[in-house]
Design a protein around this ligand. Sequence first.
Ligand code: DGJ
Length: 538
Amino acid sequence: MSRRFVRYFLTLAFALAVASAQSRPIPQLVKQDGKFRLMVDAKPFLMLGGQVGNFNAYPDLMERAWPGFKAMNLNTVEYPVYWNVIEPEEGRFDFSGFDRILTGLRSQGLRAILLWFGTWKNGAMDWAPNWVKADPRRFARVIDSGGHPIRSLSPMSKVTLEADRKSYVTMMKHLREVDEADRTAIMVQVENEPGSLGSVRDFSPESNQLFAGPVPAPLVAALKKKPGSWKEVFGRIADEAFNAYYLSSYINAVARAGKEAYPLPAYINVWNGGYGTNDNFERFDRPGESYPSGGAVAHMLDLWKANAPAIDAIASDNYHQNPITYLKVLDSYARPDNPLLIVETGSGIAARAFFYAIANYAAIGFGLMGGDWVPGPRLDMAGVGADFRLAQGAIPVITELQGTEKLKAAVEERGTGARNLIFTNYDVMVRFHPPGRQAAESAGPFPATAAEPSGRVLIAELGPDEFLVMGFGSAVEFRPVQGSDYTAAQLLSNEQGLYENGVWRTTTQGQTAQGDYTGPIVRLPESGALVKVKLMRY
Ligand code: DGJ
């Protein structure tokens, strides 16, 4: 091969690489027309995610989990990057496993969310490297009120912050190098359920001195409080607020430095706690005891939002199975300054929670805690796999209508047989498991458990007389709104189908004749379906 040809070939390869890097814009979290959008490849994205268990983010295990990811219809995998694995000795980095995992997911057409297990993991320090753990004089631990060190690093330590930040930035620089052209990674979680588990705050002498002093003026101003000591400004939650302030300052500094290297959207996740979010009646719900102190729990959200601008989203992990508490958490985190993002949830309620989250709270993503994905997904998560199967093609419709009155969910709960939804021209009645039809309907690959309510429907108003209906185990009836010129409606078409590359393909023509029914009714089998409905009013 001539040298000229080699040079030509290399130039061409370089040009193609640059073109491909340029053709994929960096993922972004933006707020447009009052609503949040996670933009991936310049298009609104809905993260249909699954998180791997804490001990599973090693290349061999990840590769064996690929079929599990597919079976659950994920478009994104959330997985830890362990500080102790990428920097086993101070300043010596090993990205071999990191690269293999990322390339593997890319080869499967999946996106990635990297979870930085750095200074904090569930309020403790378990994935910090041994050179950090074994040197408490240099890397200070939280000192509890009895004067004892706990298994959690202190958010007051500038030395630990520096070490974490250096490592995180090195990872982000490396990520940019290996992923800029493909954008497999779409977001980064900075730390994991940060906070101090075992003490409400650091009671070291230096920390006590700061606690006795005034609350920093910018924080007082941002929260519109009167200046004063921590106790004066925050009263009974002063210790927790103090810890939250230093924790959010620390994590903001790590995230900001990471964004300078590679500006992917950054978020934190939260171990819930306090003020009625604990369903466990055996425990008092107190910071540092039942949940890590200083994390962005609902009553610390204003503080975190004010003090950590480099964090684009605060995502509450939601393991509640009681719908009252589950929805209370969604209510707290979907705010004008915070998109709803669920990165950890699971078990029975999750299949219904997906519908609440995407339709009623405009969630930008929904991620299951899947644990060990080998040899296959957990059976109790199967309902969510079915949800994702229906939702994946409909993402453009869902993201377009999220945050408007044109997208709503009706979800079955114990004691609720039906729900009414109101749209522009129609009132819609959703009946869950209406009598007389279940026997004929196939149970499908993902049968609902008898104990768990499973009826769930999402309705998208596509036009004045046109709807997309997506869901399971329900009958959906349409009636013109009261007070309009019309008294009744009839079905013009009732097509089951799916979206392929954004284009609707009808697979089955459903009934339009109403027979002995009182109104135009669309039926969704227990196994789920996506139905396009055209109606007319008369
Ligand atoms: C919450 C943590 O953030 C996860 O990493 C994982 O440990 C789960 N709890 C376990 O259920």
